[in-house]
Design a protein around this ligand. Structure first.
Ligand SMILES: Cc1cc2nc3c(=O)[nH]c(=O)nc-3n(C[C@H](O)[C@H](O)[C@H](O)COP(=O)(O)OP(=O)(O)OC[C@H]3O[C@@H](n4cnc5c(N)ncnc54)[C@H](O)[C@@H]3O)c2cc1C
Length: 608
């Protein structure tokens, strides 16, 4: 059994008891056997169709021949196998052709693909796009667009960013104007013409599917022709690359969406990344320039609808980051077991007549391996915990569902950001373990690091996630989300306090939770948002470390205290490592938060 599979099995079944989900009506047909069958299929496809081509998709970047984007053959084959597995629609209702699989299992299965080749990808955007339409679309929009995405016939994008509007989406200037008389009565939704440029759009152009369904944020000008400032003016549109009839068939008309260029990236090169021109007249359609788009929901509600996709995408990014962290850990563990270098220092120094030892025998290499294991497997526990909350939100009692919703609000910035930052550090350690070889393309770890580097940037940068956490999430509903989280952590520390081997960890965790609460209050003392948010990133780091320390303590509780099973010993070591090496960092991060330290914020530009 692969290391990933055995870790998943432990976390899902011994720790989260995921098989109990089948006590719920929605999952009644499922059992551990059906979950395992999904994992076996996904692991096999990832092993055969993804892993062998991870380097190939990195070196053979997507290219544009003036008409089409060319991708390596292997990408098509991996995509076909993924679609054939049914994973695009796995969580959907039986009526929709799905398997009614819990999100927890779907998310866990996604890790097999991301560990094997994160940039060949597992339909994250297509699924997110279709899921959004299932919630906010009309019946016909669901039938024509979402269902064809779930079947793999169409693929999906999210087109938010513009060259001048990245973090600040309120500044998008793509315009949507009504498309002639009767625009409101188009059966596919009120019909508009869109004009503008969208930057960084992942999977924005390719030939992997029959059609590409862009979900585009744009502004509808007011009667004076001006765009409404702020997010209030943003609406959401379905803009297909090729127009589709109400029967879901292509009409044969190319929409006015043109590839302006491919971005050449540091990593994640198996996925195209595009600058798209909407409505510039390259492909005039139905008598003129302007990309045809259909409104989703009501005007002005675009960002609210989009958040549905963004929250899901953020957990997806956390899983990708976690998977890359694990991939680096597995590669460097393998290397460390085989590379002879150096000799141990004995009481009389080193004995050069002795053979060299394998580097895994050096304490510093063990430190770097344990750091990666604690980061990667800890992040995996967090992602599964959040995924389990998604299932609770959808299938729990009203009270439990509401609690899960609120916990997810608070935990989503952590789920996205913590693995992105700390599994990147893990990937750096994987290179370090390889020494000079790690710095070459002969080993996979430099690619993992490059692929990983994206995760702190997209889906809301690190800084934006931090501001969201401290500026909004911990305050919302009178701080109820944070209070709920603290309750859950306290439940864990209370249980751990009764276990001799974990009592000290429980006490230390209880202490940093108190420090976190005090720092949150101190940051907001006086209510000056500028001063509070000046140290939002150290707050995010501290908060994330508290959550991860909690995850490890809770996971450790699922391990029998005196077990001699090496996997159990490894998990208890991770909990201990986190407690001794990582927990002390929290105080330093929180100190500047609590003091509203102005060192960075108040430094004049000229002093740099
Ligand atoms: C490979 C890749 C794939 C992507 N895929 C997609 C996609 O599919 N769809 C899509 O719509 N977008 C996509 N993006 C865009 C991505 O979401 C943006 O790059 C991101 O939101 C940041 O925007 P920006 O690049 O304009 O940077 P900016 O917003 O200019 O940010 C630059 C820096 O300033 C900081 N900053 C900005 N505003 C503030 C503030 N108010 N307070 C403090 N710090 C601030 C940021 O944290 C960052 O460090 C992708 C990007 C990349 C690189």
């Amino acid at each position: 059994m692969s290391a990933l599979r055995s870790t998943l099995d432990f976390l899902l079944y011994d720790w989260l008891h995921a098989e109990r989900l089948n006590e719920r009506a929605r999952f009644a047909d499922h059992s551990r056997e059906t979950f395992d069958a999904v994992f076996e299929t996904c692991e096999r496809i990832a092993r055969e169709k993804y892993a062998p081509f991870n380097r190939l998709v990195d070196t053979e970047e997507p290219r544009f021949d003036g008409e089409k984007v060319i991708l390596p053959r292997a990408t098509y084959e991996a995509h076909e196998a993924y679609v054939a597995s049914g994973m695009l629609s796995a969580a959907q209702d039986y009526d929709e052709g799905g398997m009614q699989l819990p999100y927890t299992v779907e998310a866990a299965a996604g890790a097999f693909f991301a560990v094997a080749s994160v940039s060949i990808g597992g339909g994250l955007l297509t699924k997110g796009n279709a899921n959004l339409l299932m919630v906010h679309g009309t019946e016909l929009q669901k039938a024509v667009f979402a269902r064809n995405e779930f079947s793999g016939r169409f693929s999906g994008t999210m087109a938010l960013s513009e060259p001048q509007a990245g973090s600040s989406l309120s500044d998008v200037i793509t315009r949507a104007t009504p498309d002639g008389d009767g625009f409101e009565s188009d059966p596919l939704g009120p019909r508009y013409r869109l004009r503008g440029n969208k930057m960084w759009i992942s999977a924005g152009e390719h030939e992997l599917a029959e059609n590409i369904i862009h979900l585009v944020l744009a502004k509808i000008p007011g009667p004076d022709g001006k765009l409404v400032p702020g997010t209030r003016g943003i609406s959401l549109f379905i803009v297909p690359k090729k127009l589709v009839g109400t029967d879901g068939q292509l009409t044969g008309e190319r929409n006015d969406v043109a590839l302006a260029g491919l971005n050449h990236k540091l990593g994640w090169r198996g996925t195209t990344n595009t600058l798209l021109n909407f409505g510039e007249g390259k492909y005039p359609v139905r008598g003129g320039a302007g990309a045809i788009g259909y409104l989703v929901g009501h005007p002005g509600e675009g960002l609210r609808c989009m958040f549905h996709m963004m929250n899901e995408a953020r957990i997806g990014i956390g899983i990708a980051a976690t998977s890359l962290g694990l991939a680096g850990y597995y590669a460097s563990l393998e290397y460390a077991k085989n590379r002879p270098q150096g000799r141990p220092v004995g009481p009389a120094g080193k004995d050069p007549s002795q053979p060299q030892v394998r580097i895994i025998e050096h304490a510093d290499i063990k430190r770097m391996l344990l750091t990666q294991k604690a980061y990667g497997e800890g992040a995996l526990a967090l992602m599964l915990y959040c995924s389990r909350l998604v299932d609770e939100q959808h299938t729990g009692t009203p009270a439990a569902a509401d609690e899960a919703r609120l916990l997810l609000e608070v935990l989503t910035p952590i789920a996205k950001s913590w693995p992105s930052e700390f599994c990147l550090e893990g990937n750096s350690l994987a290179i370090q373990i390889h020494g000079g070889y790690g710095y070459t393309r002969d080993f996979p770890v430099e690619q993992y690091w490059r692929d990983q580097r994206l995760n702190m940037i997209h889906e809301g940068t690190h800084g934006i996630q931090a501001a969201d956490l401290l500026g909004r999430k911990v305050l919302m509903e009178d701080g109820r989300g944070l209070a709920l989280l603290v309750q859950r952590i306290e439940a864990t520390t209370a249980r751990a306090a009764d276990r001799e081997d974990l009592a000290a960890q429980a006490a230390a965790l209880a202490d940093v939770v108190r420090q976190l609460g005090a720092a949150t209050q101190a940051a907001w003392l006086g209510g000056d948002a500028r001063a509070a948010l000046a140290n939002a990133v150290p707050y995010l780091q501290a908060f994330g470390h508290v959550v991860l320390a909690w995850m490890w303590l809770d996971v450790a509780l699922a391990v029998p205290a005196s077990s001699q099973d090496p996997a159990h010993i490894g998990r208890l070591a991770c909990a201990r490592f986190f407690h001794r090496y990582e927990l002390p960092k929290i105080g330093a991060w929180l100190a500047v938060v609590a003091a509203r330290d102005p060192t960075c914020a108040q430094l004049p530009e000229e002093a740099f």
